[in-house]
Design a protein around this ligand. Sequence first.
Ligand SMILES: [Zn+2]
Length: 265
Amino acid sequence: MWFIYIFFFILGTLVGSFLNVVVIRLKKNESILKTRSHCPYCKKKLKWFELIPIISFFIQKGRCRKCKKKISWQYPLVEFFTGLIFILSVFYYLNYFSLYNLINFFYLLVFSCFLLVIFVYDLKYSLVSDKVVYPAVIITILYDIYLAVATGRFSILTSSFAASLVLGGFFLFLVLISKEKWMGMGDVKIGFLLGLFFGPLQLFAAVFLAFLFGALISLVLIIFKKKTLKSEIPFGPFLTGASFIIIFWGSYLIDWYFNIFLHSL
Ligand SMILES: [Zn+2]
């Protein structure tokens, strides 16, 4: 089994290196596939050995080989975390081989990539790109339809749409009453997306964790005077970060939470 994990880790780092390109080029409105990878400063075209995920960054000591400008830590970090997400997906979701299971697994990988791009993009630019959220919504609706047909449980569709409208609507309400101070329209779109993706219990847990992390990290930033109460911290990274935790450890966390809750009764 170990070679499957290594294979998926390497595949993940290669996909991660593509996701880095997606994040940078989306912002600059460049084509994602047409031009070769180049240094953002001196425009030097990168050779194959400068494009090895994680490794190239450390061999070049985090600098461009030509102009010696610093390369962002975003590159190796996203590559590493994509690799990690791929390993965790295999570990938790590829327990046995069946077509049904395999489709679920590939959908999860694709969805995770979208989630990771939303995370990095919002963290870097405090923006949620429609070019990422809308395709993610469309593939998730298609996946929900597939699930409903494959299992014969059409209630999946109605409950997904209901959850999506409830969470998106709730976030929209917060946007309107705070005049976009607490949240932005980007978060509303992420809310619609997560509603389509998670079951009700996982969705509640993900949103709960996102608010918890958001509050804790805002508090830490304010204490260390990195931010003031007025400065806006994007909420998207908390929503997507919490979603990853729930995707992989949600069932454990929910069980643990209910055990404590039941024992205290
Ligand atoms: Zn350069």
